[in-house]
Design a protein around this ligand. Structure first.
Ligand SMILES: [Zn+2]
Length: 67
């Protein structure tokens, strides 16, 4: 089954597992592997930054471990 990526308009082939998912949830958007990888990295880095700034005591602990 072929899908069109909503971000880069690139066609890509779904795996068997993704096909099942797509049939169950047709309203859900699908990303090509390239975009998926890119987005995942961005989200992960943003989450880590958020956690680091939200808990300043963690940074102090980490700094102590390093020194
Ligand atoms: Zn894409």
């Amino acid at each position: 089954m072929k899908m069109l990526c909503i971000l880069c308009d690139q066609t890509f082939i779904l795996t068997k597992r993704q096909e099942k998912k797509q049939k169950k949830h047709p309203h859900k958007i699908q990303l090509c592997p390239d975009c998926y990888e890119r987005i995942t990295q961005k989200v992960e880095s943003r989450r880590q930054q958020k956690e680091a700034s939200a808990k300043p005591e963690n940074r102090v602990v980490q700094a102590e471990v390093v020194s």
